[in-house]
Design a binder for this molecule. Sequence first.
Ligand SMILES: [Zn+2]
Length: 346
Amino acid sequence: MSTSTIRERLEEIRRQALEALSQSLEPAQVESVRVRVLGRNGELTELIRSLRSLPEHERPVVGQLANQLKRELEERIEALARELRRRRIEQSLAQPALDVTLPGMEFGRGRIHPLTQITGQILEIWTAMGFEVALTPDIEDDFHNFGALNFPPDHPAREMQDTFFLEGGRLLRTHTSNGQIRVMERRRPPLAVVCPGTCYRRDELSVRYSPMFSQLEGFMVDDFGKVTMAHLKGTLTEFLRAFFGPEADVRFRASFFPFTEPSAETDVRCIFCKGAGCRVCKQSGWIEILGCGMIHPNVLRAVGYDPQKHAGFAFGMGLERLALIRLGVEDMRLFFENDLRFLAQF
Ligand SMILES: [Zn+2]
């Protein structure tokens, strides 16, 4: 490169740099001009590096020009960057000030789901009455969910439209009564156990039904003659008065279940209308709470007990139902929709 070409090139770099700076409104734009011209591989930096190839006598003159331009651009860039930073501060000071008295952002606080709360209260009552808590599997086989519980082979509950069947003959338990079988086949009386858990049936989610729901199974087994229907009635009445209040009125109606004999359904006098009749109790004055009975001899045999030597009672209750009644809510779906406006009320 001849010296005149270098002079022209220097002039061109200067002109372009000044023009780019005059159009820069942001510190970032100024910085990009600096990198392009003065950076390690910048236009001017490259040019100064190339001067080494000039004949020695030509170097001082153009070298001086190049260094002058370098200083000039450095100063301009520094001044412009300082000016732009100052303007930015002035602008932000001119903005309305932050109002520190405004309320802060609210963060929702988690709480225990109402169904979990009620289940906890129910388990507390049972454990205070001497029952132990046992957790048993959600995935079951036909024997523990139906066969051992004295369901006949053609019982409608075993059909596809009621039960979720899995591969290999397994199924999702349709009730927590499998807990009775699971505990009894492992242990010997005396036993007083409650088994809370989730159950599954092929129901559509509606006001009263859900394909997934919670139950609590309970049972007490001892020597024959030590546990009778009278103990069953006394125990359940005690539980219902602990749960609904000491004045709760309880009645037992004869019923039928495959796994108990005799069987009964247990009602409490409607806590909403005090028995006068309302929408919740369907004008009957009573609300059905649970099913119960003396454990069927076939069930005792299925777990290897001798029905001549041992006897017991069993009961099962729907936890959503108890929670709905206790909370005065009518729609089962509210427990599963996770609408915070509902959940936050409890
Ligand atoms: Zn009522």
